[in-house]
Design a protein around this ligand. Structure first.
Ligand code: 5GP
Length: 117
């Protein structure tokens, strides 16, 4: 597998080189709004340590990321008054990954469809 490149977009967001709309941060995790949302309230959750995707992630980092994603997903669902949520995660370009820093998408759904921003 290709090695993690810290100069990816989310790496730059973590360094503060690219601005983002932060919704959560702790020592290990950062969450922010997607700049091209698939639905109103589309958020992204990332670890602060560098993993390209789920395939090279440290298991403990991944476990913590999933637990924090659950907490943030509940908050997003409440804040956005959504009917449901999609949690999405892609691995490598053929699967649709475009930013090569591990992330989970949280996508609010409304009566079975996204709410167009
Ligand atoms: P992927 O296709 O890799 O799973 O998802 C990458 C996501 O990152 C996309 O939904 C895209 O809209 C989002 N994204 C790309 N560049 C930026 C950026 O500079 N800022 C933010 N907040 N999101 C970005």
């Amino acid at each position: 597998m290709t090695a993690y490149d810290p100069d990816n977009i989310f790496g730059k967001i973590l360094k503060g080189d690219i601005p983002s709309h932060k919704i959560y941060e702790d020592d290990d995790i950062f969450a922010f709004m997607d700049v091209m949302p698939q639905s109103t309230g589309h958020a992204l959750v990332i670890p602060k340590t560098g993993s390209r995707n789920i395939l090279d992630a440290d298991p403990q980092v991944l476990a913590n990321l999933i637990q924090k994603t659950q907490t943030i997903a509940r908050a997003v669902m409440t804040a956005m008054n959504a009917d449901g949520l999609r949690i999405a995660q892609f691995n490598e370009a053929p699967a649709g990954q475009t930013v090569f820093h591990l992330h989970f998408h949280i996508i609010p759904m409304y009566d079975g469809v996204p709410l167009q921003p």
